[in-house]
Structures are given as C-alpha cells and as structure tokens.
Unconditional design. Structure first.
Length: 153
C-alpha cells in the first residue's frame, strides 16, 4: 500500500500573523489572500496547470488547531486510503489520534510523530476538493506547489 503521495498543505502559527504574511508577500512574492494563505497550483515542466494544489497558510499562535502538538506548524500529507494508513500506523504502534474528520474538503486523520508533532493525513480521492474561497496566486518562478484536491480556476 502506498502511504504518503504528496503534500496537501503547510500551516504555520505566528505571534503576529498579519506581519508574517506581509513579510512572505513582500520578500518571497507569495500572493497571500485575505483568508491568510494561498494555494499553489501544480504545474508540469512547461508551467501548464495540472490537477492539484497545495495550501499554504499562516494563522494566529493562540489557536488550538495544532493541539496536542507544541509545534508552530503542521504539514498536511496526502494519502490514497486514509482508513488503511491510519490502521497500519496503529498496528505499528504509532500515536494515531482517535478523531477523524469527514468534511466537504475531504477526509482527515492525525498522527503524532516521535517528536510530538501533530501531522495531518488527508484522503486524496473521493470527496476531496479545494477550498472554494481560494484565489489562485500569480505564478512565482521560485515557489511551486505540490498537491491538494482539484485545481481552483
């Protein structure tokens, strides 16, 4: 069974998310949207859009979204079969969180790595789709996305 197939998103916590978003926008050219992040479209070698986007977002450090982790970021890994991967991780003695989420954005589960970092696993088939409010960024030749759901046009 194939486990991780790509990265669906990278989510940061920041003490001053507005200032940090502005820094990334000014210095790295990331087209940060009003909701606090952006989505990078997958492209082929010629720069043509392909199926998938990667979400990148900065939120406030006072939130509980990353709990029980103390990490300031979460990586959302794409998987083909969420239930099978979660069961395999449990069978291997990993700390898999009991909560799962089946929403309009897909199916999600969580595992704690050995350093105590919460990692999100997201199903990439079936109901997974991109967040409808995402506006695609202006292409940046230095930053490219990996994948998550369907492209947003």
């Amino acid at each position: 069974m194939k486990r991780v197939t790509g990265i669906g998103g990278i989510f940061f916590n920041a003490n001053d998310p507005v200032a940090l978003r502005a820094w990334y926008k000014q210095h790295l050219g990331i087209d940060v949207q009003e909701w606090g992040g952006t989505a990078f479209t997958w492209t082929d070698a010629a720069g043509n859009p392909t199926k998938g986007t990667t979400v990148w977002s900065i939120g406030a450090a006072d939130g509980e979204h990353f709990a029980p982790s103390k990490s300031t970021f979460v990586v959302n890994y794409r998987v083909e079969d969420l239930a099978a991967v979660l069961q395999a991780l449990r069978d291997e003695g990993c700390n898999v969180l009991e909560k799962t989420d089946d929403s309009e954005y897909g199916k999600f589960g969580w595992v704690m790595d050995p350093e105590g970092n919460k990692r999100t696993l997201a199903a990439t088939s079936g109901t997974v789709r991109s967040m409808p409010e995402i506006q695609m960024p202006t292409p940046n030749p230095y930053i490219t996305g990996l994948a998550f759901g369907e492209p947003v046009m």
